[in-house]
Design a binder for this molecule. Sequence first.
Ligand SMILES: Cc1ncc(COP(=O)(O)O)c(C=O)c1O
Length: 362
Amino acid sequence: MKAEELVCRRFQALKAYDPTRSVEALAQEVGVSVAGVVKLDGNENPYGPSPRVKRALARYPYFHIYPDPYQTALRKALAGYVGLGEEYIVAGAGSDELIDLILRLFLDPGDRVVNLPPTFGMYPFSTLVCGGEVAEVPRDDDFQIDLEGAKKAAGPRTKVVFVASPNNPSGTTTDRKTIQALLKTGIIVVVDEAYYEFCGETVADLVPKYDNLIVLRTFSKWAGLAGLRVGYGAFPRAIAEYIMKMKPPYNINAAAQVAALASLRDLEYLRGRVQDILKERERLFFELSRLLYMRPHPSRANFILCRVMGGRAKYLWQGLRQRGIFVRYFDTPRLKDFVRISVGRPEDTDALLAALKEVAHG
Ligand SMILES: Cc1ncc(COP(=O)(O)O)c(C=O)c1O
């Protein structure tokens, strides 16, 4: 028997996740300089981390020692930020890791996860990796979730539903009443608030009141730490204990712990950058809506989903790429006429608009 034949059957059929790539790789791919890349495809923070993060990393003396497996200082600081006790909080190597840990914790082979597409691709991907099955309940034309459909999908073997709010890629939020209605089904409701700081709406305060609500957050977007991989969740206490028990002991590396702590000590600076991004989102939305072939969708996050008229979304995406401007295109039936554009700095918007004119009229 060949070693490859020993691979679990579910991985043999698995389609790889389509991730955003590094600036260096993108520059090389299209033949522009690294400095010439305008990266608007990953919802990252174009301003980068707080200056305090860079200073704290430069000063940290213990990179040769394993990081704190109990995340003591970080969980304490996060508890203060979220407004819950630290026994509710666990950090992960990005919220991606927490999505995976949650699914590993709850799924026996063949158990189901409710997915509300179009939404973040890691939910169905990690479900399949963890041996689960995906029940798709599509969103409506305005990208709102189908509550009745989701409730119906919550059958006996259904364990988890993921609700991104604001949702990626639509930028739409799901209100608290809808979340509470989903919580009544009794399955685990994971509210992914990766973009919380851009919209200010949260259900984290409900976590102590429900034993089936998990809220995920990340430092990748508002805090500019995507490259260091640090996310966290607010979990019911019993579930937090399980996650602490099953997670890899050193899942948050020392640099990530130092950087996240320094970020939480510099909220004023980071909130200022969030305001800059929100201001630029308004400008980008206005400028896109002036283009006849673009229909931007109102967004509560740091990106805008935009319908491209005339079946030209892929063409536009490619034309922008050739000019060093990277936006996200999703090759799926539902999203084939859309591009998702992350909000950058004013100069990124200027470059995007100039390139859009060239591509559209070229
Ligand atoms: C809704 C949502 N959740 C989670 C993530 C992943 O965040 P992290 O970088 O913390 O893994 C993303 C990233 O795009 C996202 O859009």
